[in-house]
Design a protein around this ligand. Sequence first.
Ligand SMILES: Cc1cc2nc3c(=O)[nH]c(=O)nc-3n(C[C@H](O)[C@H](O)[C@H](O)COP(=O)(O)OP(=O)(O)OC[C@H]3O[C@@H](n4cnc5c(N)ncnc54)[C@H](O)[C@@H]3O)c2cc1C
Length: 600
Amino acid sequence: MRRQKAPVAEKSCYWPGDLTRWCSMTNSAEGWLPDADPALADFGLGVDPLADTIAFPHLSDAELAEVEPFGVRCAFAVDESLFSAGEYPFNSHVILAGRVRIVDVSTGEPVIFVRYGPGYFTGDIDLFTRRPSVVSCEADTNVEAIRLTPSQLRTIFTKKPLLGDKFWKSFQRRRELLLTSRFRGLSVYGRKSDKATLDAAQLLYRNGVPHEWLDTSIEENRVTLERIRPAVKSYPVVAHGSRVLFEGPTHAELADHLHLRQPPPRSVYDVLVLGAGPAGLGAAVVAASEGLSCLVLDALGPGGQAGLTSRIENYAGFPNGVSGHELAHLIYLQALKFGADFHVPSTVCHLERPESGPFQVRTIEGDCVRGRSVIIATGVSYGRLDLQGLETLQGAGVYYSATSVESRLCRNSPVHVVGAGNSAGQAAMFLSQSACEVSLLVRGTDLPRMSTYLSERLRANPTVRIRFGSEVVGIEGVESIAAVHVRGPNGDVHNEASAGLFVFIGSQPRTGFLPASVSKSEKGFLLAGQDVAVLPEWKESRAPCTVETSWPGVFAAGDCRSGTPKRVAFAIGDGASAVTAVHTFFGRRHLDQTMTGLAV
Ligand SMILES: Cc1cc2nc3c(=O)[nH]c(=O)nc-3n(C[C@H](O)[C@H](O)[C@H](O)COP(=O)(O)OP(=O)(O)OC[C@H]3O[C@@H](n4cnc5c(N)ncnc54)[C@H](O)[C@@H]3O)c2cc1C
């Protein structure tokens, strides 16, 4: 029996249902090949994947007859490829005769995940994310099939909803199964203290790209890397199995390779949504479901601040709480299902209103997109502490988010969280699951801005020390943070070992890229609706729609809008109301154009 040691790796199981699990595959997981450990049979699932009837539903003859008119008949010879890992675009195939096998090569050698025959269909969720396939599919025998393109599948969703549901649910469930198996996806090699490695991992995590981070400060991972790339010049090294794809890629290179960014399919959209946090995602779902063409741009990927929190407990319908990342990912999938387009990473730097024609939005990545309306949902970012060395250690111990990416870097070590709002509180709660001690440093003497349920939970948590009247006045570290200097209530300063300084103070609206003529509050939050109706900048004869900014046809939603409660539920609802305002705007403009036409 051939045995191979599992490398020490951190596996990102980011998909809904598995989001919070970063499975540490240590040496104890000695078995690797299918026959090495009976408990890990069936590609690590422990069960035959076909036993999961949601992931692999068997279509009846009547259902096959329903599918037939939507697709095209095709045939494959034995061993012919239906699609390969990395191939884009790819299609779904409903098998009518013969058998196919799904093969993964991401662990460095081909492993068969599952085989199936007539009545089953191929495909997974990436048919809708418009990304390359993560696995390969080969004909095990001669095969006859019906080929369905993603757009033909979308037609099935609309015209045959019950049948469409089977396809959609199976695609979602298959991804969950794949991620609990030995499937690895991309391998990201780099050291824990390497910012570029962490950045790449964040991009992949945010966008739900399956990957494992292999920390090269661990000897075993370093040796594995040396086997596939002997002399590394820059990190991270990104590989698929034993094939090195990149050394030190930029965000744009990685995103292009993964098809996160592609030329937007339309020349002019009904709605451009700037930002894919809860507000932008809420807007995208409603806009796409109501038949508006919609393009969402985000600097990093779907989720926004909600993607930075492991637990939201005040979102209606989830009495046990829900991971913000998971919630955001589900909304993202919902928006894709309805046909919204996403373009990531796209950092918007310019919004322009030509004399006539659609709005133009430019990004620092060099794109220019056009829309008949714009929803600004760019949220807020957290303020910086005024400390020497802070910038150098940013991403190497100084963080503005607390996701599984950061928490695993601080495992079993003390960490410091700065802030007194819900975001700091949620971060402290989350980090208390992995760090040995969490100091929550609060300048004041109470937590008036934090929800009561959260402050009570923190007070009851033995791993969290709430330290009132305390602030960070210095940091130490060369490659990564080593210690923080904390001034306590009596003025004494202590050096305290720290694996992470998490900062959640002074949120600033991310509206700096907008022209000065888009009216803002003193602090830079966007004014809208009633607030702009009274401004001289509002020149229209009509009143502005509820969330319309001082630029007619440009709307604001979520945290970046002045006077909004900074909460997930509110942001999602605000995004939805912005779409209602877009409809009203289009309706009024149509009326105005008709009136003008009559006048002429
Ligand atoms: C750690 C943490 C815990 C929290 N816990 C809770 C909680 O338990 N309950 C709760 O209700 N709320 C919580 N919140 C607050 C909640 O997450 C926010 O209110 C909500 O995410 C706001 O949504 P938004 O879409 O308006 O903005 P954001 O979530 O800030 O999203 C804005 C998006 O816009 C993008 N963006 C910004 N500028 C640009 C640009 N120029 N170009 C392109 N894209 C851009 C960003 O990348 C981001 O994805 C928490 C926040 C944090 C940080």
